[in-house]
Every structure is written in structure tokens, then in C-alpha cells.
Design a protein around this ligand. Structure first.
Ligand code: SIN
Length: 275
């Protein structure tokens, strides 16, 4: 197994491994790479839906996504799709999947199934590097704070997606979500300090209103969006990406109007988060 960094702070490409067969020590090494680098990319994989599910089960538990369409044959697999006549994509803003759950998903395994001729890249940003590079004064201001996260403003009938051409395909629009997490968490496996707020789902600091919280939240978001903390993946047929939702944010580019893009996603179960 060989590795090459995708950027100075975020992401790694892993070569010389077939994910369909990875288990035991190879799987442990992959886990560790993802926990530390945030996202790992694997090219030229033969990875059927059955391989996708079997790999996820070897990793651990699977969280069934409540909102995106599921494949007919495999309810474990959520379909992240933009049809060629749709203008809105899924995930087209910086976010961390499932931070609105009290035990958020560990991460996701995303497989390219149909790609536009160009565009449709995915970006990740490393929240360990984001925390480490905050000014000391800001670190002191967020020390001990918790924040409230929800997805209701995104997925509910009045939410952001309902107003778009993605709305009709969403499930679970009547669900209510809400969770509180420390603003700075320790990675459950590496112990690294990570900034754990995101523009998609974090609403306010506990004990403060949205209005009171916004200036500091926006300062943290602007810092964490710095291009120097990011990596970018140009998908090809056979590409698989696996990321850690605690260590990263991600963003799906929507720059391929008139073409379809379809990805298969399995979400991996996580553990409770702590400061
Ligand atoms: C997502 O999980 O937010 C979608 C990522 C992508 O489609 O690139």
C-alpha cells in the first residue's frame, strides 16, 4: 500500500489496494489514514454495490440515511443524484454529515456511479488543521462552548431543499432533528483536537441566541474555509472516497449543469463525541 498526500493539510490517495478485498491489518491501516488525513481516495476500484455493503460491514455499523433516496435493491445505499434536468445538487455547501445526530455518523464511503464529462469535484477541509491554526485568543473564546445542530431548516417541508428541484425526491421531511456537541472535540481514536461546528447544520452556541452566536460562528466558518486547509477530488470512473465526518467538512461542486451525476453513499456509524 502506497500513499500520496492530496494537499499539505488534508486528504491522502492510497494506491495498491483493492477495497473489495481489504480486511484485517490492511483495513486497520486504512482506518488510521482516514482518521488522521480526513479523507482517503482510491482509484480504479472494482466495487459493486455488494462489495460496497460488505466493505462497510467489515468496517463496522451502517447508518441508513433518512433523507436521500435509497437504491431499490440495497436499502443500505443512499443515492446522491443530480439528474441532467435538475439545477440543485445535494451537498453543495460546506457541511459535516449527520452532525445533527447526538451520535453522529463516523463517515461515509462514496462511490462514483455516473459522472459528468467535467466538473462535479468534491472538496474537503481538515478541522484539526482548522483548530490548530486558529488565533490563540479565539481558541480561548471557544474553550468549553457547546453548539446546537439541526437539519430541520434543510430537509423539512419549509426547508432549503423543498424549495428546489431536489425537493420531490427527499424522504423523511417530517423528521425533527437536534443535537448538542462541544465546539472543540477530541477525535475518538487519535485524540486530535477538532473544530466541530459547520455552516450546514450548526445554529447557535448553547446559552446564546442565533443572533448572539452568529458573529463568532461566522468567524470560525470563514477561518475553516481557508483554501490552505482543503483538498479537492476530481472523480473518475472507479474512484471511491472514504472520509471522517469528525475530522472534515465537505462540499460537492455544482458546476456541471445539463449533465447527470450519481454517487452511491454508505454512511458508517460513529460514537458519542466529547471535548
Ligand atoms: C455529500 O455527501 O454531501 C455529497 C458529496 C458529493 O456528492 O460529492
Amino acid at each position: 500500500m502506497e500513499t500520496a498526500a492530496l494537499s499539505p493539510h488534508c486528504g491522502v490517495e492510497v494506491k495498491g489496494i483493492s477495497l473489495a478485498e481489504a480486511q484485517g491489518k490492511a483495513l486497520d491501516s486504512i482506518r488510521d489514514l482516514i482518521y488522521r488525513n480526513g479523507v482517503a481516495v482510491f482509484r480504479d476500484q472494482e466495487f459493486s454495490p455488494e462489495d460496497h455493503i460488505a466493505f462497510a460491514r467489515r468496517w463496522g455499523g451502517i447508518d441508513i440515511n433518512n433523507y436521500f433516496p435509497l437504491t431499490d435493491e440495497h436499502p443500505e445505499i443512499a443515492v446522491v443524484r443530480k439528474r441532467k434536468d435538475q439545477t440543485t445538487n445535494i451537498g453543495g455547501g460546506w457541511h459535516t454529515d449527520h452532525s445533527y445526530d447526538q451520535i453522529p455518523a463516523m463517515g461515509s464511503i462514496l462511490v462514483a456511479r455516473e459522472l459528468p464529462p467535467s466538473g462535479g469535484d468534491t472538496l474537503w477541509a481538515h478541522m484539526g488543521a482548522a483548530y490548530d491554526t486558529l488565533p490563540e485568543e479565539t481558541k480561548k473564546r471557544i474553550d468549553g462552548l457547546s453548539a446546537f445542530h439541526t437539519a430541520d431548516h434543510i430537509y423539512s417541508p419549509e426547508g432549503a431543499y423543498a424549495q428546489t428541484d431536489q425537493g420531490a425526491e427527499l424522504r423523511g421531511q417530517d423528521l425533527k432533528t437536534g443535537a448538542t456537541h462541544p465546539v472543540v472535540i477530541r477525535h475518538p481514536h487519535t485524540g486530535q483536537k477538532l473544530l466541530y461546528v459547520n455552516p450546514g447544520f450548526t445554529i447557535n452556541f448553547v446559552g446564546q441566541s442565533r443572533e448572539e452566536s452568529l458573529p463568532l460562528l461566522q468567524e470560525l466558518f470563514a477561518h475553516a474555509m481557508s483554501p490552505g486547509l482543503q483538498c479537492r477530488l476530481q472523480w473518475e470512473p472507479g474512484t471511491v472516497a472514504i472520509w471522517d465526518n469528525r475530522t472534515t467538512w465537505h462540499y460537492a461542486m455544482n458546476d456541471y449543469q445539463g449533465y447527470a451525476r450519481e454517487m452511491h453513499r454508505i454512511t458508517l456509524s460513529g460514537e458519542a463525541l466529547a471535548a
